[in-house]
Design a protein around this ligand. Structure first.
Ligand SMILES: Nc1nc2c(c(=O)[nH]1)N[C@H]1C(S)=C(S)[C@@H](COP(=O)(O)OP(=O)(O)OC[C@H]3O[C@@H](n4cnc5c(=O)[nH]c(N)nc54)[C@H](O)[C@@H]3O)O[C@H]1N2
Ligand SMILES: Nc1nc2c(c(=O)[nH]1)N[C@H]1C(S)=C(S)[C@@H](COP(=O)(O)OP(=O)(O)OC[C@H]3O[C@@H](n4cnc5c(=O)[nH]c(N)nc54)[C@H](O)[C@@H]3O)O[C@H]1N2
Ligand code: SF4
Ligand SMILES: [Mo]
Length: 751
């Protein structure tokens, strides 16, 4: 290693990052590429950036991955994408089914394993009713497999207990878009980054979590030195270090900061009164009947001085951020991820950031948009759009709406009343159903909850009890979750199966099957269809291939606000990504939603440039959301805030990236503490410390760093040997039901 980690992250250009991590990354890449004999166009397995790749294959093995120059990433990849070949035949790939016998997981045949799974699910439904079974899926499953799971459980088993890790990830962003616009999913696109004058980055460490997008932001700034980057994050992240203005603050208090920015915008006369008159309503539902005058009055309480006092930051910085974001004639783009979503006030803070765009009219113009960055490669396409959550049905339909259920029953050819009218259990309630014994059989697909649930000790104990039959489909073994399973089924991995991913900007992309699955592994979709057939639900999952499923999906999305019925399989296969809405064969797709001339849902002769058609009154909502503290604040006993984050090298529970030899170094989770706090506690760098919360304790190696402000300890989420989730809190946002992974209170002790 010739470069420090910080230095190579600073340069950020993805290839440079690759070079620095590997020492000889460019050489490695060149060798990889030289060794491949066939190439297929695909998509990266990892983050919601959704970089286009080419997969190089020789003798039936993935030997290389390079960036697709014709896709949005213009050929760039971060090191995780470039090292994808290393995850394929790693030593811990699972090659055959396992069944727990006398407490131990033992190899079994597919037939034996599937017969057991079918028997257990059938038995549970028969003896305890449909709601005693549940599905827990993932924003990393392919659209087709997630669709099949959703249909099998809601239409076949007739339970709405269908959830997935997007509840831990994007639920508050969904809640924000729904309450502000009436429909989920961002209106903007990546191309907006090439036009933005101001980047307002709040609760996102873009440089590490969305590196190729970060590169695009830095390119914009290098070409246009007047471009401003504002970062609002308690930590001095790699992203914050590049900012023109970094606001560090007490975790959870950014509701006050963003309201104070709106206060400055209003009082400096930077609001767009015409846009407000044409397109905005203030409050909705129980809080309707408010107007612009009410809002102007309400926002007066959030002076920059008051917010600065609440947040522990400088009033001048809030003022400056507002003046940049609000400046007339300048474009502004907001970007956010888990720093906002993983909060008990996640929906509210999403609304408040969106407010900044609505009161200034900075929306639907190239370079002006709120854009929540999605974490997983298919959280948008599979789970959100596909409606694979407990209160949802595909493409914007809701369980609670009778006409939506009836429409899905018709589309699915089911007798009326088949879909239960009662929503299922959101993720934390679902796992509490395991705790109190109500969930008798649980199907876990493409996620590792025994490491990634908050307050995980509580749920691990319940699973370990063994009275819930848990089947886990996994590509690797053991993982924290597979090790506790009743049955583990080997899943075909990325590049071993075909399907669709949908990333942040409503971009759908096709992933072909490039190689055969390893060992006896099977695609998740095949496993689900097999289970359905064994339980006499063959009519519900009567699919021979992912192509079949896509055909059905095109019918189901037609006529909805998501309409992408023009994305025929062949077209998607050939394309470098297509953005919905795309309602007919020749339609080019939609870069900016709600915009006349771009979005096909807006009539061409609409008198204004935007139409917020997601809500019945065609108006977007500015909400008056007050500052409320997080669920747990510090006190004399637990004096430190605790947050949990990611690093560029690793993906979540590191089952995949842990197999990349260049990344091993960055896997051990550290307790990141400010130098002044370390000194006050008498701690030295590298020593073992115990972090204790009201829920549990864990030991970590101490890292003294000014990344952490005083009073905050940060730990990374990737390391299965030192798990931060024994400490995190499982309090959820009342609207989105997303847990507050980002904030709780802890104390520090010498280990
Ligand atoms: N390398 C890598 N990239 C990934 C992933 C990965 O595992 N590894 N995972 C993907 C997924 S699924 C996701 S969801 C995204 C997550 O992407 P990000 O959200 O960007 O990543 P995090 O590190 O979880 O958290 C972002 C920041 O939130 C800050 N934060 C903590 N508390 C607060 C607060 O109260 N307010 C604000 N404003 N900020 C706060 C933290 O200090 C942290 O820097 O990354 C995606 N990309
Ligand atoms: N403390 C803390 N906890 C967090 C977060 C945080 O910021 N802090 N973030 C939360 C967020 S945003 C997210 S998205 C979650 C992510 O949490 P998880 O989804 O639990 O984490 P992953 O490691 O991505 O799990 C995916 C699993 O699927 C397996 N897999 C890979 N490909 C396939 C396949 O094709 N089929 C099948 N069946 N399996 C496959 C992988 O080996 C891996 O075990 O974590 C959440 N937990
Ligand atoms: S930025 Fe995300 S999608 Fe792009 S190569 Fe890296 S991990 Fe893959
Ligand atoms: Mo996520």
């Amino acid at each position: 290693m010739t470069f420090s980690r910080r230095k190579f992250l600073k340069t950020s250009a993805a290839t440079a990052a690759l070079t620095a991590t590997t020492g000889s990354g460019m050489k490695l890449l060149a060798e990889q590429v030289g060794g491949a004999s066939e190439w297929t166009k695909s998509v990266c397995r990892f983050c919601g950036t959704g970089c286009g790749v080419y997969v190089g294959v020789t003798n039936g093995k993935v030997v290389a991955v390079t960036g697709d120059e014709s896709n949005h990433n213009a050929g760039l990849l971060c090191m995780k994408g470039a090292m994808l070949p290393q995850i394929m035949d790693a030593p811990d790939r699972l090659k055959q089914p396992l069944i727990r016998k006398n407490g131990k997981l033992e190899p079994a045949s597919w037939d034996e394993a599937m017969a057991l799974v079918a028997a257990k699910f059938g038995e549970a439904v028969e003896q305890h009713g449909a709601d005693s079974v549940a599905f827990y899926g993932s924003g990393q499953g392919l659209t087709e497999e997630t669709y099949v799971a959703n249909k099998l459980f809601k239409a076949g088993f007739r339970t709405n207990n269908v959830e997935g890790n997007p509840r831990l990830c994007m639920a508050s962003a969904v809640g924000g878009y729904l309450t502000s616009f009436g429909k989920d999913e961002p209106m903007g696109c990546y191309e907006d980054m090439d036009h933005a004058d101001v980047f307002f980055i709040i609760g996102s460490n873009t440089a590490e979590a969305h590196p190729v997008l970060w590169d695009r932001i830095l390119r914009r700034k290098r070409g246009n030195p007047d471009v401003k980057i504002i970062v609002v994050d308690p930590r001095r992240t790699v992203t914050a270090r590049e900012a023109d203005l970094h606001i560090s603050f007490i975790p959870g208090t950014d509701l006050a900061i963003v309201n104070a920015m709106a206060n400055v915008i209003v009082n400096e006369g930077m609001a767009d009164e015409q846009f407000i008159a044409d397109h905005i309503t203030f409050g909705a539902g129980k809080e309707a009947n408010k107007n612009w005058a009410d809002y102007k009055q309400w926002i007066q309480q959030y002076t920059p001085e008051k917010a600065a006092q609440i947040a522990g930051c400088r009033a001048e910085d809030i003022q400056q951020a507002a003046l940049w974001v609000g400046a007339r004639g300048k474009t502004a783009m907001s970007l956010w991820t888990m720093g906002l979503n993983q909060r008990t006030r996640g929906v509210w803070i999403n609304n408040l950031v969106i407010n900044l765009h609505l009161i200034t009219g900075k929306i639907g113009i190239p370079g002006s948009t709120p854009l929540s960055l999605t974490g997983q490669p298919n959280a948008c396409g599979g789970v959100r759009d596909g409606g694979a959550l407990s209160a949802n049905l595909p493409y914007g339909r809701l369980i609670a709406k009778e006409e939506d259920r009836a429409e899905m029953e018709k589309l699915w050819g089911l007798p009326p009343g088949t879909i239960q009218a009662k929503p299922g259990l959101p993720t934390m309630d679902l796992f509490n159903g395991v705790v109190d014994g109500k969930i008798k059989a649980l199907y876990v697909m493409c996620t590792n909850p025994a490491q990634t649930l908050p307050n995980v000790g509580r749920y691990r104990k319940a699973i370990e009890r063994g009275d819930t039959f848990m089947v886990v489909t996994e590509a690797y073994h053991p993982t924290q979750t597979s090790a506790m399973a009743s049955v583990v089924l080997p899943a075909a991995l990325w590049a071993e199966k075909e399907g669709v991913y949908g990333c942040t900007e409503r971009r759908y992309q096709f992933l072909p099957k490039s190689v055969e699955p390893l060992g006896e592994a099977r695609p998740d979709m095949d496993i689900l269809c097999d289970l359905g057939r064994r339980l006499g639900l063959g009519n519900v999952v009567n699919f021979r291939s992912a192509d079949d499923v896509w055909e059905e999906i095109l019918k189901v999305c037609k006529g909805t606000k998501y309409d992408f019925s023009g994305m025929k399989r062949e077209r998607l296969r050939e394309s470098h990504g297509l953005q919905w809405p795309l309602p007919s064969d020749g339609h080019p797709g939609t870069k900016r939603r709600f915009v006349r001339g771009d979005d096909p849902m807006v009539p061409a002769d609409h008198p204004q440039r935007v139409l917020f058609y997601g809500r019945p009154d065609h108006r977007a909502v500015v909400w008056m959301r007050p500052f409320e503290p997080p669920a747990e604040v510090t006190d004399a006993e637990y004096p430190f805030y605790f947050t949990t984050t990611r690093v560029i090298e690793h993906w979540h529970t590191s089952t995949m990236t842990g197999n990349m030899k260049e990344m091993k170094r960055a896997l051990e989770a550290t307790a990141d503490v400010n130098p002044a706090d370390a000194k006050a506690k008498g701690f030295s760098d590298g020593q073992q410390v115990r972090i204790v919360s009201r829920r549990g304790s864990q030991t970590f190696r101490l890292r003294i760093t000014d990344d952490s402000p005083r009073g905050l300890v940060n730990v990374q989420m990737h390391d299965p040997k030192h798990m931060c989730n024994f400490l995190t809190i499982d309090a959820v946002d009342p609207g989105s039901k997303q847990p507050e992974f980002k904030i709780c209170a802890v104390k520090l002790e010498k280990a």
